[in-house]
Write a protein that binds this ligand. Structure first.
Ligand SMILES: [Zn+2]
Length: 575
C-alpha cells in the first residue's frame, strides 16, 4: 500500500498550488473581527444559553453576549453579519463515523442500499445490467446491501452471485459493514479457497460440504477479498477523503471521526492519509481517530502514540470490537435471537473473547488511550463491562480516559447502573431506530426486548453524557435526521410507529448529543462542541430553530451555511 501515500502527496502538491492564489485575500480578512447578530444563537454551553451576538477572529471565538456590548467593543473593527432571523449552532459533530475507510467505500463501491433499491431483486437486476457494461475480469462492487430492509434472500451466496456472473469478480458489502459476500471469481482472484483458515473472531462461511458459500463475517476475513481488487492500488485516498468531507460540510458537520483507523489500507497508512489531508486548504471537517485493534501489531511496530496529529486531525483513543451487528444477527446476546427460524438458536458472534479484550484494553490503558469498545448485543456489553471492572479491580486508572461503548444498542437497567459506576458512556447509532426499527421488533428482538434499543432518555436520567452518530457508511451523515429520530423515535417503514417512545429526548438534549457531548466523548471539549470564548469558530447556520418546528420536520430544516475554523466553507446555493 506504499503507493497510496506517494500518490496522496502528489495530489496534495497540486491542491496547495491551486490554493496559493487566494492566500493574500484571506490574510486581509483575517485581520478583522466578524460579528454575528440578528438571529438565534444557541451556544450549547452548560446552561444551553441563547445569546444575541458572537464575535470571531481568525479561527477562534473571542466574545459572545448582547449585541449592544459586543457592538460597542468590536463594532468599529468588525465585519457585521446579520443572521436575518436564522439560527446559529455549534457545527455538528459525528461522534462515530468512518471517514477514511468510508471515503474508500464511497469511491470504490456503488451504493446499492435501501434509499436506492427497495428489494434485493432490484439490486440483482442492477448488477446484471452492470455486468453487461463491464469488461470481463473487472470487479463489480456494491455497498450497503441490506437484507433486513431490502426484501428478498437473507444472504447473497456465491451461487446467487455466480448466477449474475462468473466472468467478473463480485464483492458486496452489507450495510452493517460487518458482513460481505463474494462470488467464486472474487475468491479465485484473492487466492482464497475452501482450505482458508478463519482469522480469530471472523469467518469464511462454508456449506455442509465444506465449500465456501460466499458469506464472510467480520472485516478480518473479507478485507482479504476486498483488497484483491486492483482498483485499490490506484485509489487516490486524499482527494477522495476531502470530497467526502465536503459532502458532510453541506450537512453542517464540522467534526467527524474515524473509528477503525487502519481498516482502509489494512495498515497504519490510514493515519498518514488523514494527516496529509489535514494539511490541505480544502480540509473542512476536523477528524478524531481511533486506531483499530485489527492491526494491533502494526500500530506497535510504528510506535503509535495517543494525540498524534493536531487540532484538525488527531488520534484520541483506541478501538476494540466485542461483537457484530444486531440486524446482521452477529450482535452477541444474553438470550438467543427471537423470531426467525434461521436465527432462533443463535446467540450471535463473539468477535473478540473477553480475555483478548482484556489484554488489548490493558495494553492501551497503560499507554493512556481512551478506549472505544464496540458492543451491540447485551452480552457483548456485559463482556465489555466485565473487562473494565477487572481493570478497575487491578488498579488501572481508566475513568479519566472516558471509556466509551460504541452503539450500546441494547442496554438493561443494570448495565446503565454499572456504566455510571465505572464512568463509561454510550454513543448511539440512532439510525438503528429509524431504518431498522421495525425489523429489530419483528425479526431480531421481539416487542419486549426492542424496548431496550438506544435508551437515550434512560441514560440521560442518570446524568450520563451520550452522543448520537451515523457510523457512516452504515447510515448517511445527516445530523438533523439523527436529532429528529432521537426526539420522535419514528421508523422509516412504519412512520406512525414510535419505537420505545419512553426513550424520546428533548430537542435540546438531542442537539447536545451531536455537539457538546459528542465533543466531550471525543476528548475535544476544550476546542469544539459549543460556542464559547476560546473555542474554534466552527458553526452551522440553519434556516430554522430546530426547537421551533414540528419535531417530524426537523430533518427538513435547510443547512444554509457551515463555518469551519473561522471561515465559511459551505453555502447553500439558492435556486
Ligand atoms: Zn463503526
Amino acid at each position: 500500500m506504499k503507493n497510496l501515500y506517494k500518490k496522496s502527496k502528489m495530489a496534495l502538491l497540486v491542491m496547495v498550488m491551486l490554493g496559493a492564489f487566494s492566500c493574500k485575500e484571506q490574510q486581509e480578512v483575517e485581520q478583522n473581527y466578524t460579528l454575528f447578530h440578528g438571529g438565534t444563537i444557541l451556544t450549547v454551553d452548560e446552561a444551553f444559553s441563547e445569546v444575541e451576538a458572537m464575535v470571531i477572529k481568525d479561527q477562534k471565538i473571542v466574545a459572545v453576549g448582547s449585541f449592544e456590548n459586543l457592538n460597542n467593543e468590536y463594532g468599529q473593527s468588525a465585519k457585521l453579519i446579520d443572521l436575518e432571523g436564522r439560527t446559529m449552532l455549534p457545527g455538528f459533530i459525528d461522534a462515530h463515523s468512518h471517514a477514511v475507510s468510508g471515503a474508500l467505500a464511497n469511491n470504490l463501491m456503488d451504493y446499492i442500499g435501501m434509499s436506492r433499491f427497495k428489494t434485493t431483486e432490484e439490486v440483482l437486476e442492477y448488477l446484471r445490467q452492470k455486468v453487461k457494461e463491464t469488461p470481463e475480469g473487472d470487479w463489480i462492487t456494491g455497498r450497503n446491501w441490506d437484507p433486513a430492509v431490502q426484501d428478498g434472500p437473507e444472504e447473497l451466496t456465491t451461487s446467487i452471485l455466480d448466477s449474475i456472473s462468473t466472468q467478473h469478480p463480485i464483492f458486496i458489502l452489507n450495510a452493517s459493514g460487518h458482513l460481505a459476500y463474494a462470488n467464486s471469481r472474487a475468491f479465485e482472484a484473492s487466492g482464497i479457497d475452501s482450505t482458508v483458515e478463519n482469522p480469530d473472531g471472523a469467518e469464511f462461511v462454508k456449506d455442509s460440504q465444506g465449500n465456501l458459500n460466499g458469506v464472510m463475517k467480520n472485516m478480518l476475513s473479507f478485507i482479504q477479498v476486498m483488497t484483491a481488487n486492483p482498483k485499490m492500488q490506484t485509489y487516490d485516498p486524499v482527494p477522495a477523503l476531502l470530497e467526502l468531507l465536503d459532502e458532510w460540510s453541506a450537512e453542517g458537520v464540522t467534526t467527524s471521526s474515524e473509528f477503525a483507523l487502519g481498516a482502509a489500507t489494512n495498515s497504519p497508512a490510514d493515519l498518514e492519509i488523514m494527516l496529509e489531508a489535514a494539511k490541505n486548504e480544502a480540509f473542512h471537517v476536523r477528524l478524531r481517530a481511533y486506531p483499530s485493534y485489527i492491526i494491533n501489531d502494526q500500530w506497535n511496530e510504528i510506535g503509535l502514540k495517543n494525540n498524534t496529529g493536531n487540532d484538525l486531525a488527531k488520534v484520541v483513543g483506541f478501538k476494540l470490537v466485542a461483537d457484530g451487528s444486531n440486524q446482521g444477527f452477529t450482535g452477541l446476546q444474553r438470550e438467543t435471537y427471537c423470531c426467525s427460524a434461521s436465527h432462533m438458536t443463535s446467540f450471535g458472534n463473539e468477535y473478540t473473547s473477553v480475555d483478548d479484550l482484556y489484554s488489548y484494553a490493558k495494553e492501551r490503558t497503560e499507554q493512556g488511550f481512551q478506549l472505544a469498545i464496540h458492543g451491540n448485543g447485551d452480552k457483548a456489553i456485559d463482556n465489555i463491562l466485565a473487562v473494565l471492572q477487572r481493570l478497575k479491580d487491578e488498579g488501572y486508572e481508566f475513568e479519566g480516559l472516558r471509556p466509551r461503548i460504541e452503539h450500546a444498542s441494547i442496554l438493561h437497567d443494570d448495565q446503565i447502573r454499572k456504566m455510571k459506576e465505572l464512568g463509561v458512556t454510550p454513543s448511539f447509532l440512532i439510525g438503528h431506530v429509524y431504518y431498522w426499527g421495525t425489523f429489530m421488533r419483528d425479526e431480531v428482538f421481539g416487542k419486549e426486548k426492542v424496548q431496550l434499543l438506544d435508551r437515550c432518555a434512560s441514560v440521560e436520567k442518570v446524568n450520563m453524557p451520550f452522543s448520537l452518530h451515523s457510523d457512516f457508511m452504515v447510515t448517511n451523515t445527516l445530523p438533523l435526521e439523527m436529532i429528529e429520530t432521537a426526539v420522535t423515535r419514528r421508523t422509516w417503514k412504519e412512520p406512525d410507529y414510535q419505537l420505545a417512545p419512553q426513550e424520546a429526548i428533548s430537542v435540546e438534549s438531542a442537539i447536545k448529543a451531536v455537539t457538546a457531548h459528542a465533543a466531550w466523548q471525543l476528548m475535544s471539549e476544550d476546542e469544539i462542541g459549543s460556542l464559547e470564548v476560546g473555542k474554534y469558530a466552527d458553526m452551522v447556520i440553519l434556516e430554522e430553530d430546530p426547537r421551533k418546528v414540528e419535531p417530524t420536520n426537523i430533518s427538513e430544516i435547510k443547512v444554509l451555511e457551515t463555518w469551519f475554523n473561522g471561515k465559511k466553507v459551505y453555502q447553500l446555493e439558492e435556486n
